[in-house]
Design a protein around this ligand. Sequence first.
Ligand code: P1T
Length: 379
Amino acid sequence: MKFGTKAIHAGVQPDPTTGAIMTPIYQTSTYVQSSPGVHKGYEYSRTQNPTRDALQKNFAALENAQHGLVYGSGLAATDAVMKLLKPGDEVIASNDLYGGTYRIFTKIYQNFGLKFRFVSFDDASTLETHITPATRLIWVETPTNPLLNIIDIAAVAQIARRQRVQVAVDNTFASPYLQNPLDLGADLVMHSVTKYLGGHSDVVMGALATNDATLAQRLAFIQNASGAVAGPQDCFLVLRGIKTLHIRMQRHCENGRAVAHFLANHPKVSKVYWPGLEDHRNHQIARQQMRDFGGMVSFTLKGDDMEEARRLMESFQVFSLGESLGGVESLCTHPATMTHASIPKEEREKAGLKDTLIRLSVGIEDIEDLLDDLKQAIG
Ligand code: P1T
């Protein structure tokens, strides 16, 4: 089945009792048993829930995975992955990643004895120099948040496999429509479902997918034992959102392309970060591993003046200033004070993230209105 057909049909069946075409919201905590231990496959909704099951199957199909699991947030999904590890284990992570991911690694799991090395993945061949006998996991985001760097998943997975290290890819910025990390050799793929998968800025949720049955079993155990599950109402909303993922992504990419080119040609803009631009530092890798280049665009203004950047962000009429991304409506974020404030300034700057960087999540509105808004805001 092709992507759009899977988005609409995978994992969902008409309701067996009524024929309802939409999976019902099974808003129940428990299930009646006819005799102790005799039930219809459902005991308690932390462990299994039919609405969640449908979403997990649907999501797994989009990532070409055998197993999918959904969580109360993207960070809850990341938290579940960290619980696979033990004190003394080492994780190599990309040095440009969502601030909350950096925070859970350094402020929570470092206290439990995990060690994190944040490195540049610009040249995958140097990765080997960071791997030690204690390295268990490589964690990468690609495209990265907020600098839109592209990491060569196949090259990283090849090195990791030689060293018997597992690879997890945060695929939030790409969405499964643009990129399937498991097909490129990753062991695990993670999403903030809050973003493109949900698509309507009305749900906070996370997800993991894998083709490794042992990993899936361990993660399902952690999902039930730790309990950060997604609720049935939210699962319903995401199932509904995913039905249009392919159509939304096509428009996100089209509008992202127009915004990136508009900014790249604007005399007041100094730098544009969008992997579809031919002069983007990782453009060739992006062409190889992504089907298109997405709707996330970051940029800086000439002069690097914070007051000017602030004035611009306050002037938008169609773009809304706020955290998050991937919804149908266009958003503008200031990473240094919002999404990446939990990363110390020196670390941010080392990774190339300036305080004046502005990040856009280009929505699916009419492009003329988005470009007019950018024109008037930049001035
Ligand atoms: O917000 P939550 O659903 O818990 O997902 C965390 C997360 C994980 N990975 C990436 C790449 C992310 O972008 C996020 C959340 N990011 C934002 C809220 C943001 O505006 O960047």
